[in-house]
Design a protein around this ligand. Structure first.
Ligand code: DP6
Length: 354
């Protein structure tokens, strides 16, 4: 990656960030360039050993320009989102000293030093598995470390948010809330941890990859169209989400799976109803996704109390949250029976504890 001359030094930081899955969805912006949402959202951060991004950021006086490679292929950093994150991090950089290696970087030097960035997703990119969330969280976190940024994680999350809204939630583990905020600068539109990963560790998340193809309508374009055309979205963010956020916070606090599952499924279904209410309508789920919903609803009804919650982001892949390991084992068996991998649309399963 580096084209440095031998007299030059190179400084590197590597970070790993998991993806997160929203149980109360973010859908719609009130400011497109700062990425400010129209509603609060709540998510669960996945185990970093499963769906994650690993990013190495390097700086050297021999680098001639900022460059980035994603999954081994060079990509352009010209887009506003990358530039916003780089600018915000650089403006908060502090000095760095390593006497032994003879490296001394003053605060103002960071403006003129170029970066090389290599990022790798261990899961399909842009397939509705929140790759941009893990990607920008990891990039901003790694850059913050490299440039000795002293701000707290909340302030770092506000920078990651400018890369991709959902990225601000991936800086924390466990259950995370992204506050809409009030300030026009976006300073208070930050993520905060509601409960750590150990708080409710009975839960098991299974992701059924229905399709790993890239989605036709990106989340960014989809939510812009919904804001412009969906009347259901107006009702959702004003009337429905504020109440749901409070109920979800309480359900998480009390580890109340029945309420958690009811809210998670209802919010996913309303988000996809908003997509259908958008003009032209957006279809993120497919027939297999619908069959999975149908199956989970029937199973939960049969048991009397919910055993599994389902949620779908901007794609057909199902995120299934089982109330405990025993239920997760039964769920996996049922998925394999009803959606057998050979020749079927379901191709693989990833099992991860919350
Ligand atoms: C359906 O964060 O990918 O996953 O802010 O435009 O980058 P941008 O959108 P993005 O949207 C995520 C939408 C969602 C719901 C969620 O994660 O809350």
């Amino acid at each position: 990656m580096a084209d440095e001359e031998s007299k030059d030094w190179i400084l590197m930081v590597t970070a790993k960030s998991p993806t997160n899955i929203a149980v109360i969805k973010y859908w719609g912006k009130r400011d497109e360039s700062l990425i400010l949402p129209i509603n609060d959202s709540i998510s669960v951060t996945l185990d970093p050993d499963h769906l994650c991004t690993t990013t190495t950021v390097a700086v050297s006086p021999s680098f001639r320009s900022d460059r980035m490679w994603l999954n081994g292929k060079e990509i352009s950093l010209a887009g506003g989102r990358y530039q916003n994150c780089l600018r915000e991090i650089r403006s908060r950089a502090s000095c760095f000293e390593d006497e032994k290696k003879g490296i001394s970087i003053r605060k103002e030097d960071w403006e003129n030093l170029h970066l090389h960035i290599a990022s790798y997703n261990n899961f399909p990119t842009a397939a509705g598995l929140a790759s941009s969330a893990a990607g920008f969280a990891c990039l901003v976190f790694a850059l913050g470390n490299l440039m000795c940024v002293k701000e707290d994680l909340g302030a770092i999350s506000a920078i990651a948010r400018q890369g991709s809204g959902s990225a601000c939630r991936s800086l924390y583990g466990g259950f995370v809330k992204w506050n809409t905020g009030y300030d026009v600068s976006g300073r208070d539109s930050i993520a905060m941890q509601l409960a750590s990963e150990s708080h409710w560790d009975d839960l098991v998340i299974i992701i059924a990859v229905v399709s790993s193809r890239q989605k036709e309508t990106s989340s960014t374009a989809g939510m812009r169209e919904s804001v412009e055309t969906s009347t259901l979205l107006q009702y959702r963010f004003k009337e429905v989400v504020p109440k749901r956020i409070l109920q979800m916070e309480e359900a998480i606090r009390n580890k109340d799976f029945t309420t958690f599952a009811r809210l998670t499924c209802a919010d996913s279904n309303q988000f996809h109803a908003v997509c259908l209410d958008t003009c032209p309508p957006i279809f993120y789920m497919n027939d297999t996704s619908h069959r999975i919903i149908n199956y989970m609803e029937k199973w939960n009804q049969l048991e009397g109390t919910p055993q599994v919650a389902y949620t779908f982001d901007a794609g057909p892949n199902a995120v299934l949250i089982a109330r405990n390991r025993k239920t997760a084992e039964a769920l996996l068996q049922r998925l394999l029976f009803y959606f057998p991998p050979p020749g079927a649309e379901l191709t693989s399963y990833v099992l991860g504890d919350v």
